[in-house]
Ligand binder design. Structure first.
Ligand SMILES: Nc1ncnc2c1ncn2[C@@H]1O[C@H](COP(=O)(O)OP(=O)(O)O)[C@@H](O)[C@H]1O
Ligand SMILES: [Mg+2]
Length: 417
């Protein structure tokens, strides 16, 4: 069709090959979409390159899925320009991910009345080198008793960087000796001390736009075994809360591709890590959940572009805090009220209806694709790139088995519709 509206999805990528290849394959399965006004839309994607840019130069991509800008200035500034000058939709936006790190998420969650473990921010062990710092430190730095802070929190406790990031600098502190050693080693990292939660389940919720999958995560296992395929591993109440809290925080901060970590004991949910700008979506860790995750990325991108959803630079935290401050509501009523605002932001109902109307064919198409040679090649090349030669057959069997389980469950799910 010649007069179709073409929407380009830019992929700003690091070292990953698996999910981008899957994303490109699944996007090709979407096909043209004709909206209510009879306009036909087509979606394509391109891998973005890093090069000089004029701040006025238009950006081709209507939406960018970013895996790079959290760490690198050049792509980050390009993204900000794209959002401010060209209205490019960003998943995720540096405006909210850079300024609101793990520490801010803790603060916001506390304000909403959620059970973040007791957390203390301590000053740098070695402040960043700067000639002016010596004067400031000698004049204004109050000495503090690290041991007393730790004693008040109680051992064991966790020491970890305020902004998180893939277990970098995280240590479990069992006693005073551990405490002093870890603080000495923290160097120029800014650290939280946090009470330990002795948990029964580690729930990791991956959110893509209005979709959230709460998974049974086992952090002590090797990477390929961290996500257990388990259904109903939480009590109904904890299951509801884990999904609700993730949606609420993501909507509140405008984080639309994020994984949130919660420690769960019975019905109690303790959020511990809510800001992962670049959530792990490797086929070799998500396996069973991989087709869902990539499909959700395709669906959410298509929805945003075709319906013309606008990205936001400003946030509406005040709406959430107004609910948090109310004294006439119970905790459950507050959660429901937050969720209502979150779902409004995420256009949850409109999204579901739009997917049912325009992407009804995608489930079957993805099911077929996951059983194709294409998918097999993708899995094989990822396994080859990830594991040494003598382990590859074993891991092909491992991931192949888990993906076959998804195929079986998905076939049953589609048949039951
Ligand atoms: N308060 C806590 N109680 C129990 N375990 C914790 C706590 N904080 C962190 N952990 C453990 O340490 C791991 C890393 O901490 P996390 O806050 O997720 O840091 P990162 O941002 O590096 O992922 C968690 O996945 C969990 O296993
Ligand atoms: Mg974490």
């Amino acid at each position: 069709m010649t007069d179709a509206k073409i929407h380009r999805i830019g992929l700003l990528l690091g070292a990953e090959e698996d999910w981008p290849t899957a994303f490109e394959s699944l996007l090709a399965l979407v096909g043209p979409i004709t909206d209510e006004d009879g306009v036909t839309h087509e979606l394509t994607s391109e891998r973005l390159t890093i090069e000089p840019f004029n701040l006025r130069q238009p950006v081709r991509a209507g939406l960018v899925i970013d895996r790079l800008a959290y760490w690198y200035y050049h792509p980050r500034e390009w993204l900000k320009k794209a959002a401010l000058v060209n209205d490019t939709y960003l998943i995720n936006s540096p405006f909210t991910f850079q300024s609101m790190e793990k520490h801010s998420a803790y603060c916001a969650l506390m304000r909403l009345g959620l059970k973040v473990p007791e957390t203390i921010l301590v000053p740098y062990k070695n402040p960043v080198d700067n000639v002016r710092w010596a004067y400031t430190a000698s004049k204004y730095n109050r000495s503090f008793d690290l041991k007393r802070i730790a004693n008040d929190l109680g051992y064991p406790l966790y020491m970890k960087p305020f902004d998180g990031g893939g277990w970098r600098g995280v240590s479990r502190i069992n006693d005073e000796a551990d405490l002093l050693k870890a603080y000495d080693q923290s160097g120029e990292m800014l650290m939280h001390l946090q009470s330990t939660i002795e948990y029964e389940h580690f729930a990791r919720a991956l959110t893509v736009g209005a979709e959230t999958m709460v998974m049974d995560f086992r952090p002590d296992q090797p990477m390929h075994n961290r996500y257990a395929v388990s259904y109903d591993f939480l009590t109904p109440r904890a299951g509801m809360q884990t999904a609700a809290i993730s949606r609420i925080v993501n909507a509140m901060f405008g984080w639309e591709f994020n994984s949130c970590e919660m420690l769960v004991k019975g019905d109690e949910v303790y959020p511990i890590d809510y800001a992962n700008a670049c959530p792990d979506v490797a086929v070799t860790s998500l396996h069973y959940y991989f087709p869902w995750a990539i499909k959700a990325l395709v669906r959410w991108s298509a929805f945003c572009l075709v319906t013309g959803r606008k990205g936001r630079i400003d946030l509406e935290t005040r709406r959430y805090f107004d609910i948090a401050d109310r004294t006439d509501l119970t905790d459950d009523e507050k959660l429901d009220a937050y969720l209502a605002i979150a779902d409004e932001y995420l256009q949850a109902d409109a999204y579901r209806a739009w997917c049912a109307k325009h992407l009804g064919h995608l489930d079957e198409a993805v099911l077929t694709w996951v059983q194709s040679d294409d998918f097999d090649r993708l899995l094989r090349s990822t396994v080859d790139a990830t594991y040494p030669a003598h382990e590859r057959d074993h891991f092909m069997g491992h991931f192949g088995g888990l993906v076959s389980l998804w195929v079986k469950d998905e076939t049953a799910r589609l048949a039951a519709r």
